[in-house]
Design a binder for this molecule. Structure first.
Ligand code: GDP
Ligand code: ZN
Length: 307
């Protein structure tokens, strides 16, 4: 029996890399049971698996427990889900305050979904070289908001190379996921981090990725200084799929913290009088933009969410 890391999945074949650097193609036999989700594709990149070398193929016999995983809900009738990445050490959300603007709403949705999945996020503010006064003010305000609630922020420029060394240090020996709107400089950044790496992520539109012809293909690329970057089409955002309204506030760390002081244990932090969260928004302890995002997600029509 050997153990290794799944670095590529086609849905029927898995490429597994052992600790001593051997690479094996493996299959699965029979059915793997997942207790909490129905899945058509039980193994993904990032999984640590055990496999046996059998006569005609290597066969995966065990999936180790995951510290986290991302699933994509199929939009077709089967209602099954796919695991598309596992054991992610951290996600990097690439943000630009201009050219193009990444909105607070987008950032907050991403962060909340990542909290729900148990994936730490770092915010990477790119295009620092382009920003003038107004942009810089905006940048500093955002940085303040997110650093205060525990998210690490990087200021980088893929054009000048500013602070790319810090990013690389953070990625070293880790499984990394990079996300961001198109146009924020993701490809340029990745090229700087690992020249020659051609990711497919940005080329596949969300609508294609979530459509009927969804591919189960996913891959991780090794960084020559150690670690991996995950390249799975269609996970630029996570979606908000596994978040129940009643527990939404758990995924906004600062709201969660203050909610302990609310009068009602089932406070929604929206309409209740004497809500500690609303009070904290009034005093500025909780940023208004964050509360607006929370409100927006709480008010969203469930049916529309996956269209
Ligand atoms: P992606 O869609 O996120 O992969 O974005 P790209 O890497 O294709 O970059 C979009 C545009 O922004 C390109 O014209 C890049 O040259 C430009 N760009 C990327 N990073 C920077 C940066 O740090 N500063 C400036 N000024 N432009 C950048
Ligand atoms: Zn409350």
């Amino acid at each position: 029996m050997k153990e290794g890391l799944v670095i590529k999945s086609t849905g029927s074949w898995y490429t597994v890399k052992t600790n001593d650097g051997e690479v094996h193609n493996c299959r699965i036999k029979g059915r793997f049971r997942m207790d909490d989700i129905r899945t058509t594709n039980p193994i993904s990149v990032g999984d640590i698996v055990e496999f046996n070398q059998e006569k005609d193929a290597n066969v995966i016999v065990k999936i180790n427990d995951r510290k986290n995983y991302i699933i994509r809900k199929s939009t077709n009738l089967s209602k099954s889900s796919q695991i598309i990445a596992a054991n992610i050490d951290h996600a990097f959300l690439i943000v630009t305050v201009n050219y193009p603007l990444t909105t607070s709403t987008f950032i907050d949705r991403f962060l909340a979904a990542a909290e729900a999945y148990g994936i730490p996020v770092n915010l990477v503010f790119n295009k620092i070289d382009r920003y003038k006064n107004g942009d810089l003010t905006q940048l500093n305000e955002l940085k303040d908001i997110y650093q205060k609630i525990g998210y690490k922020c990087f200021e980088v420029s893929a054009r000048t190379g500013l602070n790319i060394d810090l990013l690389k240090e953070e990625m070293k020996d880790k499984i990394n996921l990079l996300s961001g709107h198109s146009g924020v400089g993701k490809s340029t950044l990745i090229n700087l981090i690992q020249p020659g790496l051609e990711l497919k992520t940005g080329e596949i539109s969300e609508s294609h990725a979530s459509g009927k012809h969804t591919t189960t293909f996913s891959e991780m690329f090794e960084l020559d200084f150690g670690g991996y970057i995950i390249d799975t089409p269609g996970i630029r955002g996570f979606g908000t799929y596994n978040m129940e309204k009643e527990e939404m506030f758990h995924f906004f760390p600062e709201i969660f913290k203050i909610s302990e002081k609310c009068q009602f244990h089932n406070c929604t932090h929206m309409h209740e009088p004497k809500c500690a969260v609303k009070k904290a928004v009034e005093t500025g302890e909780i940023a208004e933009s964050r509360y607006d995002s929370y409100w927006g997600m709480m008010s969203e029509d469930e049916e529309l969410k996956y269209r």
